[in-house]
Every structure is written in structure tokens, then in C-alpha cells.
Design a binder for this molecule. Structure first.
Ligand code: ZN
Length: 244
């Protein structure tokens, strides 16, 4: 996976500001994988998107992800690091090829794995019940839409089988509080991880453009064409001039 370049990061930030996190993630993958149709990318299982986003995050912003979480027991803020490359080695994605993706039989129907497209549709549902109904109907094959949906133990079994076939769809990190030793799990949100870096980088780039445009009258294209090394040097020179 190629890293995103600065002009792509700025364009993604602008296009994704008002989008749902899943749509932001899919848009970033479409930019990073220009040979793939966006519809094909969205039709792949959720875990495939998660792993692709983590690979893109690692290629663009580095393999170390710094994060923080509040301990649910004592409330202490805890900073932690995730080695994305090491995490990726422990996870596998379902096949990209639609014909090779798993389908299983359970409770009178065949079931496929939820795709990013299914998940994005469900994310816009009015409530969690409607979201679950949308997801289950999308993944159930060979049965009329209005047939009763599984509940209780049957639903749990289907969810467990889906998780087993696509473990990267729901990545949980095990944390231990340094203050009170409480242990808990937090979900890793790959869409949000990548977006946080896209957003911070885009805002930093725009600040650079703003300062150099004021100092030298350069356009955004001219500033971005400088590259990080010369840009930093010119920023330094502009700052010195301001101080003197
Ligand atoms: Zn604690």
C-alpha cells in the first residue's frame, strides 16, 4: 500500500470533514488504491477495510500509534502505544475476491459477512435495532426480506460465526491501568485512527501554507511543491524575519 501524499491528505480532509467515519475511511482507501473501483472496495468485508486502513495508516504516518484511554475503574488517563505492523501480523482478512468469500448456513438461511457498504448503511439507521435489522437482512441470502430475523441465542451464534470468519472486523486491545491494575478491552477504530492523523496533518499543512503565503506570497501548490525540508527552512527564515 502506497503512502498518501500531502495533496491527497488535504483533499481527503476537505472532502471528509462532514462525512461519517466509515465514509472517510472508504474515501481514503479509494485514493490510496486508484486501480480499484470504490464500489468494489466498499463491497469487501468490514475486517478487510480495517486491515487496509491500518496498512495505509502505517505507510503514511508510521507503524506506531499513540493513543490514550481513561481507566473505567479509577478514571486515570492512560497513554499507550500500538505497533500497527506487529498487530497486522496477527490478523488475517477474508478474501478480496467475492466468489471466495465465506458463506455459512445457520437457522434456515445462508449468511455472508457484512461489508463496509452494509455497515455504512446501518450506521445511518435511526437506532441500534434498525441498524441490526438492516445488517442482518443484507447478509441473509436466499430468504425473503420480510422473513423473521434470528434473535437471542440464534443471533448470538450467527454473530460469533461472523466474528470467527472476519476477526479483524472487531479488533480489541487489552489494556491494564498503571495506577489500579484494572484490565479492560478497548475497540480499535481504524477509521478514526487514520482520520485523526489526516486531520492533524492537513491542519498543520494549511498553517504552513498560511505562514509562507503571508511571508513570500506563494500559492498552496508552490508551498506543497517545496517538500518538508525546504518548507521548514523557509518557515524558520520567515520566523526570524518576523522576530527581527
Ligand atoms: Zn485504574
Amino acid at each position: 500500500m502506497d503512502a498518501l501524499i500531502e495533496s491527497q491528505i488535504l483533499a481527503l480532509w476537505e472532502a471528509g470533514r462532514d462525512s461519517h467515519p466509515i465514509d472517510r475511511g472508504l474515501r481514503a482507501l479509494a485514493v490510496a488504491m486508484p486501480g480499484e473501483a470504490p464500489r468494489d472496495i466498499a463491497s469487501r468485508p468490514v475486517g478487510w477495510r480495517t486491515l487496509a486502513l491500518l496498512r495505509l495508516r502505517s505507510a503514511t504516518f508510521g507503524r506506531r500509534l499513540a493513543a490514550c484511554a481513561d481507566c473505567p475503574a479509577c478514571g486515570s488517563a492512560m497513554a499507550f502505544d500500538v505497533d500497527i505492523a506487529a498487530l497486522l501480523e496477527t490478523l488475517s482478512a477474508p478474501p478480496e475476491d467475492a466468489s471466495a468469500r465465506p458463506v455459512f448456513d445457520a437457522h434456515g438461511a445462508a449468511w455472508r459477512l457484512p461489508s463496509s457498504h452494509d455497515q455504512a448503511r446501518a450506521a445511518h439507521a435511526a437506532d441500534s435495532g434498525e441498524a441490526l435489522t438492516l445488517l442482518l437482512r443484507a447478509c441473509r441470502l436466499g430468504v425473503p426480506d420480510d422473513a423473521l430475523l434470528p434473535r437471542g441465542a440464534a443471533l448470538e451464534e450467527i454473530e460469533m460465526r461472523m466474528e470467527a470468519l472476519d476477526p479483524a472486523a472487531n479488533i480489541e486491545l487489552s489494556l491494564r491501568c498503571a495506577d489500579c491494575a484494572h484490565e479492560w478491552l478497548v475497540a480499535l477504530d481504524a477509521d478514526a485512527c487514520l482520520w485523526d492523523d489526516i486531520s492533524a496533518t492537513a491542519l498543520g499543512l494549511m498553517l504552513d501554507v498560511h505562514r509562507l503565503a503571508r511571508a513570500y506570497g506563494w500559492t498552496e501548490t508552490q508551498v506543497l511543491a517545496l517538500g518538508p525540508g525546504r518548507r521548514a527552512a523557509y518557515l524558520d527564515l520567515a520566523d526570524r524575519e518576523t522576530i527581527s
